[in-house]
Design a protein around this ligand. Structure first.
Ligand code: B16
Ligand code: MG
Length: 228
């Protein structure tokens, strides 16, 4: 039996849907550069770092730029993106998330964020969830992007929990691979067809409870579990 002592959450696509704001901002940059960037193209950017996203965007547009030009473009995109996330409110938290986080807290399970986004602290503030997290590992504290396990291993370290006692919640394939590479178990958020590497997949947190979480992991125990 392995005990679950901590849960590590990705941000975009798991706690909030910021992908729509990333899309508006990348699309504006693409238009300025003279090409069309579609919603389908945007799928390729989920879970990917800002600079890696820009590389994908420029590959789609068939364009090449110098490093300083690329940094300026990424900065410009981020400035526009930030105008959107500055307006975010707790209403934008995905359904069921606050309830599930509260259940984890009630059961003394530690909670960390493991996101590629450098804007994570601001988003958590805007949606009033900062206090729920015992540790926040984001794009500012890592050097390697998912599927590298750095973001989740750091989360475990900051929480003082071993990787085998952590469960990651992720919506991106690269994130699920990162959890696997960290030696952690993983719950996919989305479609089972795309997130097959996860231990199990749920469409979202609406109706997802700690007892469903426990039974999905079979005989796994949840430390300090209080019957609900
Ligand atoms: P930023 P996650 C990721 O968040 C997004 O999915 C991805 O689209 C974005 O490019 C990346 O954060 C970096 O975001 O430009 O705000 O630093 O899914 O890892 O929570
Ligand atoms: Mg994500």
């Amino acid at each position: 039996m392995t005990t679950i002592k901590a849960c590590i959450f990705d941000l975009d696509g798991v706690i909030v849907d910021t992908a729509k704001y990333h899309f508006i901002a990348w699309k504006a940059l693409a238009e300025e550069l003279g090409f069309v960037f579609t919603v389908e193209d945007n799928e390729r950017l989920k879970g990917v770092s800002r600079m890696a996203s820009l590389e994908i965007l420029l590959e789609i547009g068939g364009l090449q730029f110098s490093e300083p030009e690329k940094l300026a473009m990424a900065e410009k995109k981020n400035t526009l993106y930030v105008t959107y996330i500055e307006e975010m409110t707790p209403e934008e938290i995905l359904p069921g998330v606050p309830h599930f986080l509260q259940e984890l807290k009630n059961n003394e399970i530690k909670i960390a964020l493991g996101s590629a986004s450098k804007n994570s602290p601001m988003i958590l503030e805007r949606i009033h969830l900062t206090e729920m997290f015992d540790a926040v590992v984001d794009g500012n504290s890592i050097t390697e992007a998912k599927p590298n396990p750095e973001v989740f291993l750091k989360g475990a370290e900051w929480l003082g929990v071993l990787p085998e006692n952590c469960v990651v919640f992720e919506d991106a394939i690269a994130g699920i691979e990162a959890a696997r590479n960290a030696g952690m178990r993983c719950v996919g958020i989305g479609e089972p067809e795309t997130l097959g590497l996860a231990d199990f997949v749920i469409p979202g947190f609406d109706g997802f409870t700690i007892s469903k979480f426990k039974s999905a992991f079979g005989d796994t125990t949840i430390e300090n579990h209080i019957d609900t």
